[in-house]
Ligand binder design. Sequence first.
Ligand code: ZN
Ligand code: ZN
Length: 367
Amino acid sequence: MFSPKAKKNFMLAVVGYKPQDYRLEEVPIPKVGPEEVVIKVKQVGICASDLKCYQGADRFWKGPPAPYVKPPFIPGHEFIGEVVKLGPGASEKYNLKIGDKAISEQILPCWNCRFCLSGKYWMCETNNVYGFHGGIDDGGMAEYMKFPQGTINYKVPRDLPDDVAVMIEPLSCAIHAVQRANIELGDIVVIAGAGAIGLCMLQVAKLKNPGKLIMLDTKEKRLKIAQELGADIVINVAEEDAVARVKDSSDGYGCDIYIEASGYPQAVEQGLEMIRKLGTYVEFGVFGHEAKVDWSIIGDQKELNIRGSHLGPYCYPLAIEYLRKRLVKVDMIVTHTFPLREYKKAIKIASGGHDSIRVTLAPNENT
Ligand SMILES: [Zn+2]
Ligand SMILES: [Zn+2]
């Protein structure tokens, strides 16, 4: 075992080895180099992608194109924490002081590829993101974590509570997806999937003043929350003919915009069916299995705009602002918080998804 002195430099972390083989271990507390920041993690959310990874989805462990996960790794990309160490130059570069609340964008840009060099850093060819690869991009399911050199970091207002600030990353993703949808005044907008990010998309889309906001899900509890957060119509796709109802609500044409945030392959097919001709389809969901659709709907039948959406580039300052002004509310979204030691229970509750929406871990509480 560690001597008390040596132990001082160690922390508890969840370490992923194989699907369903994650372990609570003592690992070294990260050290800071030039322009690097170490935070004490206050909260970290468990995202649908974390669950799919834990459950062993091929996309993460096999590919194509290649295995995404590089074990052993510390999961967690939806973190918020307090600055405890600043390397030389970090304070000036990020306007951060010890004790500040801080966040880092999920992607660690290389700043060398054509995407990074043209400002499209979120599509960085290297694609290092926190929480899936061991090493420099270890994530936040630990007592401490490092924001390495070259990352994009922000100070978060102190008055934003941790269980609100933990939603900055998911909300940034939601804002980017809504921006990709180019919603016009009066549009009929359908969002598929009332999970944490779908419910954020709903509130952000509302700021665009659409004609009707329609939320789809299979869980009544989530649909009720969607209604409370401003959905005009909610449809339980397990019980109702969602395509017929959306068409009925749009003089038979179909919705103008469809944002897919459920990650279920059926939601792709359903979206292509309920969207009007020349409509815009935004794909955000991460699928555990391949989605197969008839591509002639996209060209020959409807001439659709199909737009992908990935991460939340340039959206973190807006996300912080919306949360601060309560234009986006997350108190009904962050439903459970557990200490790090109970990560298995937390994953189980997050996977069930009946009573929970976003489950978070608080690595420095009761550990
Ligand atoms: Zn996420
Ligand atoms: Zn790059």
